[in-house]
Design a binder for this molecule. Structure first.
Ligand code: FMN
Length: 189
């Protein structure tokens, strides 16, 4: 028997994404976002509050990066979600992490996070039920040591964080248990 939870976004796991953008003066700001997802092979949608400093930066500068948080940088990732760049303009500097400008867009790539997606602002969706920033992915990069012999990112080496919105906890990604588009083959006639 199921127990009702009421109105809540009962989806697990959620990613831990770090959205980074420059302001018009070139100062970096970063925020933590769980509500974000690729919506095409070359697009990513971020469901971020339109009033956040990061959002305003993205709208002004029209570029941003999205990084995957790993266990080794959990404190920094969490901090980016705890304070606003409006109150702490040197939020990124205070975190002690480092960045370099993307070679593809005018947006900062944070060196310490294992995987980054570099985006041009493609569209802003602002309706009664949704505010979303959609990025056109112009490049993705990953730390060399994460690349396996097949030339692809070995997800098990990322030690990616997962966000649990039931308890507001972070988890580490667990072990690989199967192969997509393959485990279901037993049901094919
Ligand atoms: C785990 C976690 C997940 C979050 N997910 C989102 C999100 O999906 N969308 C959003 O607008 N804010 C989200 N936030 C809140 C922002 O990161 C937070 O308000 C941040 O201070 C905004 O920073 P800024 O004003 O410097 O841009 C999240 C915070 C945490 C800690």
């Amino acid at each position: 028997m199921k127990k009702d939870l009421g109105v809540m976004p009962a989806v697990f796991p959620m990613p831990v994404l770090l959205i980074a953008a420059y302001d018009e003066e070139g100062t970096i700001n970063v925020m933590n976002a769980a509500w974000g997802m690729p919506n095409a092979n070359n697009k990513i949608a971020l469901f971020i509050d339109k009033h956040h400093k990061t959002t305003r930066n993205i709208l002004a500068v029209k570029a941003f990066t999205v990084a995957l948080a790993d266990e080794g940088h959990m404190a920094e990732a969490d901090y980016y979600g705890m304070v606003s760049g409006d109150k702490v303009p040197d939020k990124f500097e205070r975190s002690g992490l480092h960045s370099e400008e993307s070679r593809f867009v005018h947006a900062p790539v944070i060196r310490e996070f294992p995987v980054s997606i570099e985006c041009e602002l493609a569209e802003v969706i602002d309706t009664a039920n949704m505010f979303a920033v959609v990025g056109k992915i112009v490049n993705a990069s990953a730390d060399e040591e994460l690349i396996g012999e097949d030339g692809k990112v070995d997800a098990s080496r990322i030690h990616a964080l997962i966000f649990d919105q039931f308890h507001f906890d972070y988890y580490r990604v667990g072990e690989r248990v199967g192969k997509a588009f393959s485990e279901g083959k037993s049901f094919l006639s």
